[in-house]
Ligand binder design. Structure first.
Ligand SMILES: [Zn+2]
Length: 148
């Protein structure tokens, strides 16, 4: 097993949507896990802009970058951001010039990613010269699920 208690819940669900081997041996009153599955367990669920509810990306676009889907980083202004990595975010548009300064991912340039509909700042697009290595880092507090 590669899954350990130190892996964030979101990641363990990402890799083990149906953890068949995790059945507790001595716990017949197994807790329902609907609370986590309603957010990320479904095969695909849209993630919306929290401000205007435009469709930004979906749960299927979650990817792992540098060993984690979830990242917490501080920008030079001292603001802390908790964001997830997504391969594609069709609801975003990129603004401002591409920058290499203070990039949180070595070798990547970044651009600010805005909601295509309301221009709310949703995160950043990180890219290398090779377009196969591009991804979005989207601030989780700026996203909502369809059900919420
Ligand atoms: Zn929006």
């Amino acid at each position: 097993m590669v899954v350990s208690a130190t892996i964030p819940e979101a990641m363990s669900v990402l890799f083990l949507r149906h953890p068949a081997n995790e059945t507790p041996v001595s716990a017949p009153q197994q807790h329902s896990s609907t609370s986590s599955e309603t957010i990320i367990g479904r095969s695909e669920e849209w993630l919306l802009c929290r401000h205007c509810e435009a469709k930004i990306t979906s749960s299927q676009q979650r990817i792992v970058v540098q060993d984690s889907h979830l990242h917490t980083q501080c920008n030079p202004g001292g603001y802390l951001f908790h964001f997830g990595c997504f391969e594609i975010a069709t609801g975003c548009r990129l603004a401002a010039p591409v920058s290499r300064e203070f990039s949180w991912f070595a070798g990547y340039s970044w651009q600010i990613a805005l909601c295509n509909q309301c221009q709310n700042h949703l995160g950043w697009h990180f890219s290398k010269a090779d377009p196969a290595h591009a991804f979005y880092g989207l601030i989780l507090s700026q996203l909502a699920t369809e059900a919420s």
